[in-house]
Design a protein. Sequence first.
Length: 284
Amino acid sequence: MSTQLSNVITATTHPVGTGCTITQFRHDLFPAAMMSPFVMVDHFHMWEPTFDVHPHAGFSAVTLVFEDTKGTMVSQDSLGNNAIFGAGDLHWTMAGRGIMHTQIPVGTQSHIHALQIFVNLPAAQKNLPADSFHISSDKMPIIENEGSRVRVVAGDFQGHRSLTRAPRPILMLDVQFQKKNVDIEVPMPGKWNAWIHVIKGHITIDNSREIGVDQAVCISADDQGGTIKLKGSEGAHCVILSAERIDEPVIARGPFVFESETSLEKAVNDFHAGKFGSVVSKPC
C-alpha cells in the first residue's frame, strides 16, 4: 500500500471583470493524470454577476461555498431549477449530455467565497440526463476532535456520510486546524487520487511536503490504496477532494469535457441545435 505525491503547484489570482477574482488549478499542471477525475478547480471570490448563462456538458460543475461567505448565490438552469445557497453549502450541477445554467450573487451585499470544481465523468456516463441538487451546510456532518474540525461535504469519512448523490463515489472534506501539530488521516482506496488545496495557513502532508496559501498538490494511491496524513498550522484551512481516477483521455474545450473529439463535437452541435434547453430567469 503506497501513495505518490505530485509537484506543488502555486497559482496566481487574477480578476475576471469587476466583481470576481479567481485562482485556477487545471489538471494538465500535474503529471500523469494525478488530478483525475478533477479537471479544473477555481478558488474564487465573487461579489457581482460575472458569468452570463452558459453551457456545460460531459462532467459535473460543483460549487463548494466556504463558511465565511456573506449573503447568497442563485443557480438557475435549463431544468427549471432556481436554487438559492450560501455559506457552507454545496451545489452540484451534473451536466451529463448538456445543460445551460448561471450562478450569480444575490443583491449588492453578497460576497461569495467558494470553489468551482469540474468533476469529470467516464465516457459511459457522459450521456446521462442533466441533474442538479443542493446540500445545505446544516445537513453536512461535522467531526470535531481535539484541535480539528472537518466538514464532510461529500462521501464517507470516519463513519459519517454526507447526503450528496454524486454520479460516482467521491470524498470532499473542508478541514480546519484549530491547533498546531494535530494530525488528520484520510484513507485512499486503491486507484484513487486526491487534490489538496490550502485556503489559509500551511499544511504538511505525510511529514514530507508542505504547502501554503494558493498552492495545491495531488496524491495518487496504488492499486492497494493508502493513507494521507495531514498536519496543519494553527488556524490552517484546507480542502481535500478525492475520487477514483478515470483512465481515459481528457479533451476539454471551454465548458465541454469529453474523451474524444467526436464526442465533444457532438455535444457542441447539440448545444448549437438548442438541445441543452434555455434558462428562464426568475426573481430571487
